[in-house]
Design a protein around this ligand. Structure first.
Ligand code: GAP
Length: 454
């Protein structure tokens, strides 16, 4: 099945409670609370064996679509720590703040911009009705110090948004890669924010990862490229989800635009948390390069090689979250399907095959037949270098299928007695549980065609 069309089996499934995903992630090794043996740290998570495979697939697919398949886009990987002046130039030292109130009674903390209007007007806690404190302002940048000698240490920040490295490296990329405007620079990298109210699992974290494109254009072509990337990014997300109707654009009102943005759209996805931002498409104009020119004293203007016009390029930004994608895809894919035989419901992750952490499981029908085991292990060893594969001979075949369904493995290959006669295997597809016979020698190509990026 290609997922450019909605998977009919999931159209009407209810929104999945977050706890189901949190529990699955821990149980099956996708995500663990960071420093759990010490009681954990709010808003920081580690990724387990399946999580890291899934995450790598998500990242690689983004890179493949954005960099590898665009002639006019290149990539960089910048450091997490930069010169502190970067954050003055970017406006974060001054503007990257949350205004918060605490409830005097139940002690819960709220961002003012998240409070319902009537609670704000009446100074009343939305949880218990208690009185709220005066608002206080917090900067979200995470401070760190470079150097070892007390008094000589330099205060700087872990990057509050990953994209700043792209502006810092823009001139070096231009000079070293022979790119000409219009062109883009991509990066996937960590960002750090002292979120005062980290919550909802991977949705709002303190250490998280962003993927950014900064696309540099002449101002006369800004609208055209803004429209191009807006549509491209929307369709990119649409291609990897089942519930196409849970994705939409929301344009920012003038009161919520970021300090640099002249126009912005969020690609939003609907989950149990409501409609929430997944990625932002921002019209950054010449803010970033102008500010860095001003603060660094380096001229970051561009000279058109044909017209000789000299100007500061304008920027279209597309900025999304790797972790938020991880979470949204699990929420989109999770389903508990009733079992017609009245047994336990089947838990299935209907992840796009190209993103699923494990692509294929090879299963001998029975454990006590030596020839089945030998053949299955040999097939597994052939597939292992080509795609992430698992071999499993523990418990009955039904249980093993269930184990794979729960982690989203799109194909299970079963080696049975017919295999020993005609060198074919059963390939079971996860979503519809259909089974076909495939010759062993054709198996690698059969699977690669179905799990590769497209
Ligand atoms: N450079 C623009 C920028 O950073 P943003 O809207 O603050 O814009 C972009 O962040 C994306 O990063 C968001 O759409 C979201 O997917 C992700 N993101 C932001 N804050 C996050 C957090 N605290 N935890 C997880 N993901 C986050």
């Amino acid at each position: 099945m290609t997922q450019t069309e909605q998977n009919p089996s999931v159209t009407d499934t209810p929104l999945v409670p977050l706890e189901k995903i949190v529990s699955l992630c821990k149980r099956r090794g996708f995500v663990f609370p960071n420093s759990e043996i010490y009681g954990g740290v709010a808003g920081i998570y580690d990724f387990g064996p399946l999580g890291v495979e899934f995450r790598n697939n998500i990242r690689r697919y983004w890179w493949w679509s954005m960099v590898q398949n665009h002639d006019n886009v290149v990539g960089i990987e910048g450091a997490n720590i930069t010169h502190p002046r970067v954050w003055e130039a970017s406006g974060h030292v001054e503007n990257f703040v949350d205004r918060l109130v605490d409830c005097k009674k139940c002690k819960q903390r709220f961002r003012i911009d998240h409070l319902p209007k009537e609670n704000l007007e009446q100074n009343k806690c939305p949880a218990c009705g208690g009185e709220l404190t005066e608002p206080r302002t917090f900067n979200l940048l995470m401070e760190t110090y470079l150097g070892v000698v007390e008094g000589e240490r330099m205060k700087t920040y872990l990057r509050g948004e990953a994209c700043q490295n792209i502006y810092l490296d823009y001139d070096n990329v231009l000079k070293s890669s022979r790119m000409q405007i219009p062109f883009g620079i991509c990066q996937i990298g960590k960002a750090y924010r002292n979120e005062v109210t980290p919550r909802n699992f991977l949705f709002r974290m303190r250490e998280f990862e962003q993927w950014d494109l900064q696309f540099f254009v002449h101002s006369s072509e800004m609208q055209q490229w803004f429209d191009y990337w807006k549509e491209f990014r929307f369709n990119w997300y649409k291609n990897i989800i089942n519930h196409k109707d849970r994705l939409h654009f929301r344009e920012h009102g003038s009161d919520e635009l970021a300090h640099y943005a002249k126009q912005a759209f969020d690609i939003e996805y609907q989950t149990i948390l409501g409609w929430q931002e997944w990625e932002g498409i921002h019209w950054r104009q010449d803010w970033d390069l102008s500010r860095h020119s001003e603060y660094s004293g380096q001229d970051l203007s561009y000279t058109d090689p044909n017209t000789k016009e000299r100007y500061i390029p304008w920027i279209v930004e597309t900025s999304g979250g790797v972790d938020r994608t991880f979470l949204n895809l699990l929420l989109d894919a999770y389903e508990e399907e009733p079992d017609p035989a009245g047994k336990e419901p089947r838990t299935v992750l209907r992840l796009h095959p190209m993103l699923a952490p494990v692509k294929v499981a090879v299963l001998p029908l029975q454990k006590n037949k030596e020839e089945l085991i030998t053949t299955a292990k040999s097939i597994y060893k052939t597939l292992q270098p080509l795609m992430v594969s698992q071999y499993d001979d523990i418990s009955n075949i039904g249980r093993r299928y269930r184990r794979q369904d729960e982690i989203g493995t799109p194909y299970c290959v079963t080696v049975d007695f017919q295999t020993l006669d005609d060198q074919t295997v059963t390939v079971r597809e996860r979503d519809h549980m259909t089974q076909v016979r495939v010759a062993i020698k054709e198996l690698p190509l059969y699977l690669l065609e179905r799990v590769s990026f497209r």
